[in-house]
Ligand binder design. Structure first.
Ligand code: KG4
Ligand code: ZN
Length: 335
């Protein structure tokens, strides 16, 4: 069964074809960095218009890559939510119409389930059950994953998501957009001895996160320091150090609590190499194994939606008549 996957929840247009017999056949992402850079963040209306412009040519390009035509598809999967309403409508409208025209089934996928299952596209995929740390621009959560759709949330961010904290802190440091990768790059030159940020919510039991205080701490530190490139790097290092440390502390607790020996880390922030380095240390310490998507599939992409959609279609799920999107959709509400 060949599934066309469409991702348009935020600022990346992603398309892929996943074949349940032969794996991933082709994929492509068109980013919108140039569109949003001058605003220092994603402008929802511009994101939706950009998806409209790019989606159809990208679908054609991915079909060409796979040497297939649209009539070779057996199903369509699109991101139903959560995300920006206008952006989601583009993918949902396109996906549903295409499926209707081809008379094939379609399914609306939860964006975070896509991230969660992305490591399944790699050569050594994790077996269920496992602990998942999902860290993206919109979400930070730890989940006990028993199988497809069987997710128990163990903890989540009470305020900013980890990626959001990276983006906001990078903006405060004048590093531009998107913040995560540029802040990580600046941190490489940072002096680890100069600043120390707090580790929010680590001094009490529990698996929830809070990152908005780190952004405020960064602001105060910036106001009390010079604005040299070295100081920017030192603050970037201290911020990243605190985020990575908090994640390691919470993952350690969650592994102990659940007894899992497999940890899946996914979402945009899972591309962070400092975080990966420290989680490798944790895994060695706890005799656990860590699984990631390849770097290109940490951030938003069509492959994860095609895969998650394929699993749901195989399980017999179908989207009903008409279509709806779910800009707000807690992962605990999916089954
Ligand atoms: O998963 P994603 O593409 O979109 C959402 O679903 O939100 O994640 C995007 C987030 C952004 O906040 C971005 O700054 C962050 O992931 N990110 C990173 C890195 N690469 C992307 N954060 C830290 N280090 C990175 N290398
Ligand atoms: Zn995402």
């Amino acid at each position: 069964m060949k599934i066309l996957g469409i991702e348009t929840s935020c600022d990346d247009t992603g398309v892929a074809i996943y074949d349940t017999d032969n794996g991933l056949l082709a994929h492509g992402v068109a980013d919108q960095l140039a569109t949003h850079a001058e605003y220092g963040g994603v402008v929802p209306e511009l994101a939706a218009r950009d998806h409209i412009r790019k989606l159809s040519p990208l679908v054609q390009c991915v079909l060409d890559q796979a040497r297939l035509t649209v009539s070779d598809m057996d199903g369509v999967a699109y991101t139903r939510g959560p995300g920006l309403a206008g952006a989601l409508l583009v993918g949902a409208g396109y996906g549903r119409s295409l499926a209707w025209a081809l008379d094939i089934p379609s399914v609306g996928v939860h964006h975070m389930e896509g991230h969660l299952l992305a490591p399944m596209l790699e050569e050594n995929p994790p077996a269920f059950p496992f602990l998942a740390l999902l860290v993206s621009g919109g979400h930070t959560l730890l989940a006990d994953v028993q199988g497809l759709g069987r997710y128990r949330i163990l903890g989540e961010s009470l305020d900013d998501a980890a990626g959001e904290a990276f983006d906001k802190t990078a903006k405060l440091l004048g590093l531009g957009y998107p913040g995560g990768p540029v802040l990580a790059q600046a941190a490489e030159q940072g002096n680890p001895q100069r600043f120390r940020f707090p580790r929010p919510m680590c001094d009490r039991p529990g698996l929830d996160f809070s990152f908005s205080g780190l952004k405020t701490f960064a602001l105060t530190t910036i106001q009390n320091s010079d604005d040299s490139a070295q100081t920017v790097a030192d603050i970037a290092w201290a911020f990243q150090d605190a985020v990575a440390d908090v994640m390691v502390i919470k993952c350690r607790r969650a592994l102990q609590q659940t007894g899992h020996q497999r940890l899946v880390v996914a979402g945009g922030v899972s591309a962070n190499s400092e975080l990966r380095k420290r989680l490798a240390g944790l895994a060695a310490d706890m005799r656990a194994e860590v699984f990631y998507p390849r770097l290109a599939f940490c951030t938003d992409n069509g492959a994860m939606i095609a895969y998650a959609g394929a699993m749901r279609l195989l399980a017999g799920e179908r989207q009903g008549e008409g279509f709806d999107i779910k800009p707000r959709w807690p992962i605990s509400d999916i089954s």
